[in-house]
Design a protein around this ligand. Sequence first.
Ligand SMILES: *Cc1c(COP(=O)(O)O)cnc(C)c1O
Length: 425
Amino acid sequence: MSYKIGTKCVQSGYSPKNGEPRVTPIYQSTTYKYESSEQMGRLFDLEENGYFYTRLANPTNDNIAARIADLEGGVAAMLTSSGQAASFYSMFNIVSAGDHILSSPAIYGGTFNLLNVTMRKMGIDISFISPDASVEEIIAASKPNTKCVFAETLSNPALTVLDIEKFAQAAHAIGVPLIIDNTFPTPINCRPFEFGADIVIHSTTKYMDGHATSVGGVIVDSGNFDWAAHAEKYPGLCTPDDSYHGVTYTEKFGKAAYITKCTAQLMRDLGSIPSAFNSFLLGIGLETLELRVKRHCENAQKVAEYLESHPKVSWVNYPGLKSNKYYDLAKKYMPNGSSGVVAFGLKDGRDSAVKFMDSLRLAAIVTHVADARTSVLHPASTTHRQLTDEQLRECGVAPELVRFSVGIEDAEDIIADLEQALAKA
Ligand SMILES: *Cc1c(COP(=O)(O)O)cnc(C)c1O
């Protein structure tokens, strides 16, 4: 039985048997008991399924991961303790020193640093290719050692909409998977696997948790990429793993090969497992994801239209506005709305942006985005304050840019707050 997405938010991932707890329990246990050391040995050899140490797997985490896999339409998923860990593991699972990654530069700042600084230090080469590039240009930017293409569906904070089919076509012509960060739209608004993406990651910290309680991430595999057909590129998946007595993931685990390797190898060795308690909170957040995302988008559309008509506002960037560069792409990939995040600039620039923000009463100044409460950030005076105005423009962040994350309060109250603060700016 295949349910609609709103039903999956509530029901997927956990089906209690007779007399078992209705709600996914919090398995607050580091370890699991067995009757014989021989059986535990089989677990260590991946010969048998089961839990033995929470760093590798925990039942609460697995139930929530299964729900997210179902929401995205994937075959398997793994939770991580942050979105950053999910981004890193999703690539490092198939990329090693001497390899090359092709990425859109329109990505979250933290992911940009991960690629451009930390993964370079690990001997991994990176090229950035514009999201507006053609299929031919993307292919031309690849190298013989390219192992994956990375991009964001709706980028934070530039709100660039990705042409997923174009990137998937280019990645598959190169013979590598397309990995997509789908944090902002969530699977409610966009399911990248339906457009050819192979792997999806999220910072669950944002809309999925939805209440700003827990930092977390997830990696979901579509199961569609044929690793064995490109075995020479992916020896880690297609040749025996000496650290598991010679298991070959693609042979033993089929469509679950990628996530099994990610868990059995990367989580074992690097250990960014979320706590069962955080996963439990994430599960509660997911139950209302469809309701909340709808409301975030309705409110954001109203806020964007209000701002666009305001005389003190010089520009508004929201994919749901007809004036937006990505309006048509957004309609194709996110027909029900993009996200609750609106970016805009004030006519009087940086100083008036600060004055405006300090005058807001309902909207709180926080680094966070995408939770139930309306929040606001001025990147030029906070997250990007060490950059000059010129450097800011280079990374797509205008000095006057205000990132406004529209919550699920009543839209009239949010707009009234904007109105009084704009009057003072
Ligand atoms: C926040 C964010 C991340 C990083 O996630 P954390 O949970 O903060 O580690 C990655 N991608 C996007 C799009 C984000 O907004």
